[in-house]
Design a protein around this ligand. Structure first.
Ligand SMILES: Nc1ncnc2c1ncn2[C@@H]1O[C@H](COP(=O)(O)OP(=O)(O)OP(=O)(O)O)[C@@H](O)[C@H]1O
Length: 270
């Protein structure tokens, strides 16, 4: 477990989710999910398509789509997210919790140069123009982008998908969040660049002791990167434990089916 005993007194939870439910027009989509997350902890959220992974993480970020109702509680670092107005949540995001979305296009503007986009939130934190620019180049190097100074001058359209996602990770990390939520951060990318981006995400969060909530279809990734895994089925939390324990031969049929599907996919890929 990647917990820092000094930073995290026993029992201290960075995020405490209790009885979180999401519904649309009275139809339950996520039902009564409860779990906690400690500082620096790395938790994967897995489950078949439509099981409620995205709705769960967006609800606890206060980013649930309009038209759905969220009930229950998600307390981040002492602040209740559910029912809290956007104006207050805005302050929680960035330095508190940051999101790396599936498609980096949603976090990057096509109109502005990469370096400027990474530097902008740093300026908002009070860094001078020169310091923000220097820090932006450091961040681009941290996510292992080659020649950060040259790349910073480009517009996002002149980057590959993998490079764009690395920039989105650099932007999310720049604010120094205590929790990074990544929703299928590599599913829009070519298979050959997925591992590199996940490696960057994993290493950067370990080095900074940033907690990670990672939505993934890939059970191997969940096992390699995370301390814990939450399994969702039809909007309910079915299992919560260490990957090795959750994905055992003795797992209940739904989890076994997920494991078998993952094995079949890796055989096809191999
Ligand atoms: N805005 C919405 N309004 C109504 N129903 C929704 C909305 N968003 C999602 N749903 C439904 O809620 C359920 C859970 O969706 P969610 O996107 O959380 O699944 P998921 O596990 O992330 O799936 P995937 O792996 O395919 O991304 C699905 O049945 C979906 O159709």
């Amino acid at each position: 477990m990647l917990l820092d005993p000094l930073a995290a007194p026993i029992g201290h939870r960075l995020l405490e989710v209790r009885d979180l439910s999401v519904s649309a027009s009275g139809r339950p989509l996520v039902q009564g999910i409860s779990f906690g997350l400690c500082p620096g902890e790395r938790v994967a959220v897995v489950g078949e398509s439509g099981s409620g992974k995205t709705l769960t993480v967006s609800a606890l970020l206060g980013l649930a789509p309009s038209g759905v109702q969220v009930t229950g509680s998600a307390v981040f670092d002492g602040t209740e997210v559910v029912g809290t107005p956007e104006s207050r949540l805005h302050r929680l995001r960035g330095r508190g919790m940051a999101l790396v979305a599936q498609d980096p296009g949603t976090s990057l503007s096509p109109l502005s140069r990469v370096g400027r986009q990474v530097a902008e939130p740093l300026r908002a934190q009070g860094l001078s123009r020169r310091a923000a620019r220097a820090r932006a180049l450091e961040l681009l190097a941290e996510v292992r982008l080659p020649d950060p100074a040259e790349l910073a001058r480009r517009h996002p359209a002149r980057l590959s998908g993998g490079q764009r996602q690395r920039v989105a990770i650099a932007m999310a990390l720049g604010a120094g969040p205590r929790l990074l939520v990544a929703d299928e951060p590599t599913s829009a990318l070519d298979v050959t660049v997925q591992a590199g981006v996940l490696d960057v995400l994993s290493r950067s969060t370990v080095e900074r002791r940033t907690a990670l909530l990672l939505v993934t279809h890939d059970l191997a990734v969940a096992t390699q990167i995370c301390d814990r895994v939450l399994v969702l089925r039809a909007g309910r939390l079915l299992a919560d434990g260490r990957p090795a324990e959750v994905f055992t031969a003795a797992a209940e049929p739904y989890v076994r089916a997920l494991v078998e599907a993952a094995r079949a996919t890796s055989l096809v890929a191999a």
